[in-house]
Design a protein around this ligand. Sequence first.
Ligand SMILES: Cc1ncc(COP(=O)(O)O)c(C=O)c1O
Length: 428
Amino acid sequence: MATRRTFVQTAAAASAAAAGGKVESLALNGGAKAVSFPADRHAALTKWPRYGAADKQAVIELMESNRYYQEIPLLEKDTQDFAGVPHCKAHCNGTSALMSMFFALDLPPGSEILVPSYTASATIVPMRFFGLVPVFTDIDPATACLDLNHAARVITPRSRAIVPMHSWGRPCDMDQISAFAKERGLIVLEDAAQAQGATLLGKQMGAWGAMGIFSYQTSKVLPAIEGGMGLYHSRTHYERATAFGNYDLPASFPADSPYRKYHDTGFGPKFRIHPLAAAIARRQLKELDARNALIREQTQRLNARLTALPGLSEQKRREDMSRVHWAANVLFFDAGKAGFAKDRLIKALAAEGVRASSAQYPEQHKFAIYREAQWWHHAPVVPEVLPGCARVNGTSIRLPLFAETAPELVEQYAAAFEKVWAHRKGLA
Ligand SMILES: Cc1ncc(COP(=O)(O)O)c(C=O)c1O
């Protein structure tokens, strides 16, 4: 059982080490663990998703109400208000929201879309159903988000749109991307699956592009177990995206809508969100900002200590952005600057009781589907290596997010890193 005393002792050992005093042995070599926080509390603090009595009550109330489907427009209205966009459509997940978005785009087959390779397959693979062709774009290793310099190199006369993805909840530089897109005549679409609630210049992620999407899948910042949302600035985009996967909704469009006539058929898929997921999403949305802020505050407190260590950095911040954190606290580890290898770091941290891993994030250009011309209107150009993606995957480490206030655990994590750094020479 961790006590205030063990916590203070661990922290003190680390500061002694930092000040050149006696350095406690690494747990790897038989020393005491820096993280003495009780395992069950540790697990409870990092648990995700987090559902409480109010979420369960919302589900039960809807089940008993017999007004299931009315929950969906209520969630859409709440999301319009939250994000400040005129139209929203809930979908059964983020993937179906993306697919509806590509249908709504209404671009001629063979049109190209600039997209970061460092993203989920859902951002790219659905393009093929509409004859759209991905142009794999690199990411900036300092932000893990789309690299505009690389975009300027790979754009072609067929490029019509660009889809920034806000990696790990860090907003892309949407002001610069919007300016780039305007200059080049590209439509901006946003994959904000990982970033609901993040802002740049006070404007919500998802609201910057002509269209954007959120995912409500279990790991996301707004988890409804499954679900998604599309955000649209134009009525045409909204009506097309809605008609695509909802045969029952075109009759609700205004009389002059060219999509009313697709009532009763839609365009094939049925992408309606489950009403119980809509109920969970509505409840979770009420707490989203507070929860994002709590996780951000703890992560930033920890990272302020960690990024003081040579070789550790986080996704570059901007003063005018407020990021959120999706799934993990991702840090970049420069083995050259730290003086020892990443696998040694992970092992040493694990022995100290830190839940660290070096898990990889997909680089889409490496997957088979993009290399087989038969699936695409014209064969995508598939790069062998995208150096920014390779660098981010080569250097990133993942720590858990703390979803409750836990100053002792934050302190013990920081102390564990400082202890490992005090033994850098031995780990080399
Ligand atoms: C960036 C990104 N886009 C799209 C998706 C797809 O969302 P969903 O899982 O809700 O279909 C995800 C989810 O993993 C994602 O992380």
